[in-house]
Write a protein of this length. Structure first.
Lengths: 574, 193
């Protein structure tokens, strides 16, 4: 706080300080976004290549080991180098200070270090494509003892760089996460009580907490992998001389893995919660219910991890317990989804591109959530485990929250990044085509999964009982290739609008939250010679007085008088 | 400066400083990290019958003396914080120095006497489940001790000048207590079992 205010008087910052080693939360948000988008394109192209390979498996486009490593890196990059930087790094950095009325993060320097550690991790993971033996190929879950066994592709250097890259990436997110939690607790503007925080802030805080409380065992487990691989220990490996524990990694990974899924899910839901009320011109339905449901789901997410291990030789009694908690966890998400739906109900909808993205994310997430119930039931999971059904379910959940919610957020907050609006027409075409193509890719995978199509196979042409389904897999491949190509519409729109988009005024969407009180784009330290004061909750649309009432107002600093928010005690300082 | 104070008046008062809250959050992550390690120890102990026999080869005297070192060091840093808060800065500096010395003693005992002796008796990281976990867990803990010592050296050097620690010393003390508590779990698990 002191550092941020101190800088008011030292506003002369050079080019390097402004664009590279910037401590400004908006610049760090943009850095995270661009880095994440780069990997989204890269990971998408990898997916495109292995789908092309699956369409013509005998053409020799990818060797089977190369196929394994591409599937692995697609998962790794999309979860850890796209979802994490965008949903936490970008959303958190852009929205938190602006929406709570602060001038910057609580620890601006730590924030900058967070991004550059992330950048370093990006370099490390990219380097793994160029080392002898190629990148890691043991699946994005990195199951040991497979990942430490010799004879696999990518075990020479790939696994070491994979673990090192992940460790750096986790460090970056932990540094960012401390900021994302501390800032909303200690730097809210006057009148911004905890229960007036916009939902995206709540979601980023809860997601950061989940990450912080779950990642430890995985870091420990990853070091044990390195030891097994390089120093000859036997934590996981079972050999003639010594016996490790082959299930240990699965426990450590999924204790992190399930909360992690929510880490990259709930900030996406937060974006939907921001856009729906503004698009429907109605208050958000059930603000408190959504918060309590998310906290409940977060707590419960620590008790469901073994539902990923139903076929791993788990005690059947334990499987029943984890099955029950897994099915219970759908209840809070039902609450959230119903609250979102009731927000739209009876509203006068504005069909702008941001709303379309958010609405499609909402629709896709419902399908993803419902199919999760089937996988959570032990009986069904034994049949469906490791089939395309899991792939489809996972993509229905994560594509909604990571990809579509990111598009929605970029479209929505573009004025606060670049002072311009993104093109609406291109946005709508992109949203609709992405939605349609996505469903053509992944709906067949549900059916293929029921038919017994196993995931992670480099070719299906020589498996007799799957022959009747080849056309469906080909359909998914063709649509998948188109889906990746359509994304370049968004890339074009992003850079075109950055240069030549329509100039945006302060509040182009007529939304209520505090970031729309700041100029577009906000200057360094956001509020200039004014200070934000908050008067009411975040979603006051269609009140008795007006169509919408902004959450707060800006008051002039250094005016000599001491304006006090109507229902707040006078300032006491601390 | 007046401007900064005026702007502080527009921040919702919370009564907890950012460094302290940040340190608590960091420690919550650390708890889970060591929690994962300790769960692994428990898992291996249950499934590995020779554990008690192996653990009788550790040196409980060095383990216990090191426990004393860390506890004393923790107490000194708590006193240092109290002294610093009440303005007795010379005493505070002395206490930080003492805390540093006990921490260095801990690492010396471990890295100069204990580990080399064990390795000389062929108890290395390759000697089975007990020893690989012993070296991994106590090694990770020792790295945490080292990080804490570096932090205290920096604080002490700055403290010698005109700088007066407040939140920084509190955050460092919190971290140091945490490192101490982790050792209180590792000590019985490796030396007394």
């Amino acid at each position: 706080m002191a550092a941020a205010t101190h800088a008011v008087h030292h506003a002369e910052i050079g080019w390097v300080g402004r664009y590279i080693f910037s401590t400004d939360h908006k610049m760090i948000a943009k850095q995270y976004l661009l880095n994440g988008l780069f990997f989204a394109i890269f990971g998408g192209i990898i997916a495109l290549m292995f789908r092309v390979h699956l369409a013509v498996p005998d053409a020799g486009i990818l060797a089977p080991e190369r196929y394994n490593s591409f599937v692995t890196m697609h998962g790794t990059l999309m979860v850890f180098w796209v979802a994490m930087p965008i949903l936490l790094g970008f959303f958190g950095n852009l929205t938190i200070p602006l929406m709570i009325g602060a001038r910057d993060m609580a620890f601006p320097l730590l924030n900058m270090m967070s991004y550059w550690t992330f950048f370093l991790s990006s370099v490390v993971i990219m380097a793994s494509f160029f080392v002898p033996g190629g990148p890691f190929a043991g699946g994005w879950t990195g199951y040991a003892p497979l990942s430490v066994s010799t004879g696999m592709m990518g075990v020479d250097w790939g696994i070491n760089l994979w673990v090192l890259g992940l460790a750096l990436e986790f460090t970056a997110v932990l540094m960012g996460g401390i900021n994302f939690i501390v800032t909303p607790f200690v730097m809210r503007a006057r009148g911004m009580s905890i229960m007036r925080l916009p939902l995206i802030i709540w979601m980023v805080v809860i997601a950061s907490l989940l990450f912080m409380l779950s990642v430890g065992p995985l870091i420990a487990g990853a070091f044990l992998v390195l030891f097994d691989k390089n120093f000859g220990t036997h934590f996981y490996l079972v050999t003639a001389e010594a016996r490790g524990d082959p299930l240990l990694w699965q426990h450590l990974f999924w204790f992190f893995g399930h909360p992690e899924v929510y880490v990259i899910l709930i900030p996406g839901l937060g974006v939907i919660c921001e856009i729906f009320p503004a698009a429907a011109r109605k208050p958000l339905h059930g603000y408190h219910h959504i918060i309590y449901a998310t906290i409940f789901a977060g707590v419960l997410s620590f008790m469901v991890w073994a539902h990923h291990m139903f076929v791993a030789g788990l005690n059947p009694l334990a499987a029943v317990g984890f099955s029950i908690t897994t099915i219970i966890i759908s209840v809070p998400f039902l609450v959230i989804v119903v609250a979102m739906g009731l927000t739209l109900w009876g509203g006068s909808l504005r069909f702008n591109a941001a709303f379309l993205y958010a609405f499609f994310a909402y629709c896709i997430f419902i399908v993803g959530g419902l199919t999760g119930l089937q996988l959570g039931a032990t009986v069904a999971d034994i049949q469906l485990h490791d089939t395309y059904f899991v792939v489809a379910h996972f993509h229905y959940v994560i594509f909604a929250s990571v990809i579509l919610a990111t598009f929605a957020a970029v479209q929505w907050w573009f004025p606060k990044m670049f002072g311009r609006l993104m093109n609406e027409t291109i946005g709508k075409i992109h949203a609709i085509s992405t939605f349609v193509l996505f469903n053509i890719v992944f709906t067949p995978m549900f059916i293929l999964g029921f038919a017994g199509y196993p995931r992670r196979y480099a070719g299906y042409d020589h498996i007799p009982f799957l022959q009747g389904w080849t056309w469906l897999n080909d359909l998914a491949s063709i649509a998948g290739i188109l889906l990746v190509l359509v994304q370049f519409l968004f890339v074009f729109n992003f850079f075109y609008s950055m240069r030549a988009g329509k100039k945006a005024d302060k509040n182009p969407w007529e939304a209520t939250t505090m970031e729309w009180m700041a100029p577009s784009p906000p200057p360094h330290l956001n509020w200039g010679d004014t200070a934000p004061v908050v008067d009411r909750g975040p979603y006051e649309y269609a009140t008795d007085e007006a169509d919408y009432e902004p959450q707060g107002r800006l008051i002039a600093l250094s005016s000599g008088q001491q304006p006090v928010a109507s229902h707040q005690p006078p300032a006491t300082g601390h | 400066m007046a401007h900064a104070q005026e702007m502080d008046a527009y921040v919702e008062p919370t009564g907890i400083g950012p460094p302290k809250l940040g340190m608590w959050l960091f420690l919550s992550g650390e708890v889970v990290l060591f929690g994962g390690i300790i769960m692994t120890i428990v898992l291996f102990r249950v499934s590995f019958p020779g554990w008690a026999e192996e653990s009788s080869h550790t040196n409980p005297i060095i383990g216990s003396v090191n426990t004393f070192n860390l506890l004393t060091s923790s107490m000194l840093v708590a006193v240092a914080y109290k002294m610093s808060a009440t303005g007795r800065h010379d005493l505070a500096k002395l206490c930080i120095l003492g805390c540093l010395l006990f921490g260095i003693l801990f690492l010396c005992l471990k890295w100069i006497i204990e580990w080399p002796t064990e390795i000389a008796h062929h108890y290395t990281i390759h000697s089975g489940p007990f020893w690989q976990l012993y070296y991994t867990a106590t090694g990770l803990h020792a790295v945490h001790v080292l990080v804490g010592l570096v932090a205290f050296v920096i604080i002490l050097v700055l403290y010698m000048g005109t700088w007066r620690p407040k939140f920084t010393l509190e955050a460092a003390a919190l971290y140091w207590h945490f490192v101490d508590i982790v050792w209180l779990f590792l000590w019985p698990l490796f030396y007394l079992s």
